[in-house]
Design a protein around this ligand. Structure first.
Ligand SMILES: [Zn+2]
Length: 317
């Protein structure tokens, strides 16, 4: 090799090849914490990973597609229509990435397996226990793979893709449940959910149990305790006066352990009857409503557009 060739070789090595190698290493070894500070949704990774905190507190890193598969298997009945499962996969992926890049919840993990905190997750070792067979898992895996890297955004930002089991016929405004207005989480009709387990539920309590749960000690005609009920746009109870004290619907739901804030209370004699419609906070996508839409011929894009107003479905690798 003469001097000219050597100079050219070194120029290629250091000018092009070496930076490529360095870039390649940087890509594969980029610390997860750095990814959280990425200003955009785009991350130069072929495979995405999720730091998942298990019930026992251990944190493991698993492929995003495997995690989303486990979430859909845990959060939605596998008997649901393929398009509903696809909608759930997009929602689970969007929820996860928002927790990674926009609104972190845990210091040491992106998400946890507690459904009350983040999303439920069914690990492969629990398939048998859950009664899942190979065809079930493959059905959901197809829904996950066919939605690729699709996520929901609003004005360029990953949305807070909340979801729940059943609305009872109408979903709720985010503001009615959490106090803050979210433009894409609006009350909307959700027909066809009548087959859901908790479409309606009736519980009965004694007057004593009812008062104790609400921290009340009332007297007089119990039939007249309930007054001035204010309803939300989604048909839930915004506020209710019970024995002269005003409660929010969410407070009553919590204190009486009700399925939703869409409730009706009647008092006859010593018996308080509470009938609820729906199950969950009722904000975002109704899973039973999504399945009903799919049965009616809607695809996952139409389902998502219905429950998350004015959002965009974007493919983000
Ligand atoms: Zn969590």
């Amino acid at each position: 090799m003469n001097t000219k060739d050597l100079a050219l070789y070194l120029a290629i090595l250091f000018g092009f090849a070496l930076p490529c190698v360095v870039f390649s290493l940087a890509k594969s070894k980029i610390p997860h914490q750095d990814l959280q500070t990425e200003p955009t949704l785009f991350v130069a990774e072929e495979k995405r990973f999720v730091r998942l905190k298990r019930d026992n507190g251990t944190v493991t890193e698993i492929e995003e597609a495997e995690y989303v598969l486990g979430v859909v298997l845990q959060e939605m009945p596998v008997s649901f229509e393929e398009e509903a499962l696809k909608a759930q996969a997009v929602v689970a992926r969007t929820y996860t990435r928002r927790k990674q890049y926009v609104a972190p919840k845990h210091e040491d993990a992106d998400v946890c397996t507690n459904p009350a905190c983040c999303q439920g997750y069914c690990p492969p070792e629990s398939y048998g226990e859950k009664g899942l067979v190979v065809s079930d898992v493959e059905k959901v895996r197809d829904a996950v793979n066919e939605t690729g890297n699709l996520v929901l955004t609003y004005e360029g930002e990953l949305i807070d893709a909340t979801y729940f089991s059943c609305s009872g016929g109408m979903t709720e405004d985010a503001a009615a449940v959490w106090g803050a207005d979210v433009p894409y989480l609006r009350a909307t009709e959700s027909p066809g959910e009548e087959g859901a387990t908790y479409y309606t539920e009736t519980v009965q309590l004694s007057l004593g149990e009812f008062q104790s749960a609400l921290g009340l000690n009332l007297s007089g005609a119990a039939e007249k305790w309930i007054k001035n009920i204010v309803y939300t746009t989604g048909g839930g109870v915004d506020s209710i006066e019970i024995g002269g004290q005003v409660f929010s619907g969410t407070e009553v739901r919590k204190r009486l352990s009700l399925r939703s804030t869409c409730f009706k209370i009647t008092i006859v004699g010593d018996t308080v009857t509470v009938t609820t419609k729906g199950y969950g906070h009722r904000v975002g996508m109704s899973q039973y409503g999504a399945d009903a839409m799919a049965v009616g011929g809607s695809d996952f894009k139409e389902i998502l557009a219905h429950y998350y107003k004015d959002t965009q479905l974007e493919e983000v690798g």
